[in-house]
Design a protein around this ligand. Sequence first.
Ligand code: MN
Ligand code: MN
Length: 469
Amino acid sequence: MEETVKTAGELLAEKLCEKPKNAALIMSDEEIASADSYCEDYKHFMNASKTEREACAEAVRLAKEAGYSEFERGKKYAAGEKFYFVNRGKSVILTVMGKKPLAEGVRLCAAHIDSPRIDLKQHPLYEEKEMALFKTHYYGGIKKYQWTTIPMSLHGVIIRADGEKVTVNIGEDEGDPVFIITDLLIHLANEQMKRPLAQGIKGEELNLLIGSRPFRDDKVSKKVKLNILRILNEKYGITEHDFVSAELEIVPAFKARDIGLDRSMIGSYGQDDRVCSYASLRAVLECSDPEYTAMTVLTDKEEIGSDGNTGLNSSYLPYFIDDLAETQGVKGHTVISNTICLSADVNAAEDPTFSDVTESRNASKLGYGVVFTKYTGARGKSGTSDASAETVGFVRRLMDKSGVIWQTGELGKVDEGGGGTVAAYLADLDMDVIDMGVPVLCMHAPYEVTSKLDAYQCYKAAAAFFNEK
Ligand code: MN
Ligand code: MN
């Protein structure tokens, strides 16, 4: 047998150089099977959670199954007790009390359950050319042309004149109809094709087709619209004016599915940021008897800047922590100042077709595990909280100790564009915060792509964070 002796250079390189590896080359067969099985549950969650309200309700349903009860203000919770607090049906905080006093801080995971979508305007319904349509206003950053000629479903609530709340969900069941935003046929698109891509479909062209059969009565005009109102009235007891007090959201009707011959990836609407929401949710639901109080907040409004009373730029989270702190005779800000937060949000995976926008040494890679992002922002790091070296050092040691496969990632090349997460708002409260998440292809498109192993490693990272001894 020939002996292979390593050279001094080889040994030195082994000791000193980084060697990033695909998670599939590191994980055992059993662990890959666990990841695949985790992703089956994740796909179910995605299909049940197309909007922030539905994700919130699904999180509460799963929490109750896991033994959580509804938060009672003023109650002193013992270590190990589990409870949830719902903010206006659109965001939820899930907590497991730790053994350590709250004064030592909370282990917080924050993810958002809103995703880019298309909302109805307040006076949406109209008829033109004997077709009935809805006027819309898009929500979050979208490439508008991507949202035409695909099946869409309608979700949300309508508050009727009598104050009754009606829940709407059309287009998800196999037997349901779906809806569509039309686009111009290529044969007549000579002028449209000369528009710049951002103008290919304009905001006021995102009109949703919902009907074409007229109500049979010669005495009335706008018969197609009337027929639609008749159907809506029969189904929901609403009139046209009830749209003014509705929140109706149009989202892709696709189901979450495996992608690739090797089934290594998941395609789904809304993975930004429900892939991290599910990981943070699952980790807190499975957490028992933690040292530090474990908390997951699933928040709303991130995609439009976290403003509004269900977004993390509002005070609902610090108020909740205040209430908890009071029961232990400590100030809320003492708890907050000692809190460490993983801001769980997606990052841009390097796309081989568009690799010129990423700087490969510092971009997140599909299949390389959960990604930690020290800073986001734009231009000269504008708008980011920029995690400290100490915070990065903390998560790095924790991940390595817990066998989590992780990478780092910056959102694109310097000056290529940019973006932000809720991290900055939490850092403003005086927490130590770092972004953690899953690399995504086609972020903000109607169908986004993630790697199953990355989604699983994100869950493992959150679990390691909550369960650290
Ligand atoms: Mn996000
Ligand atoms: Mn986003």
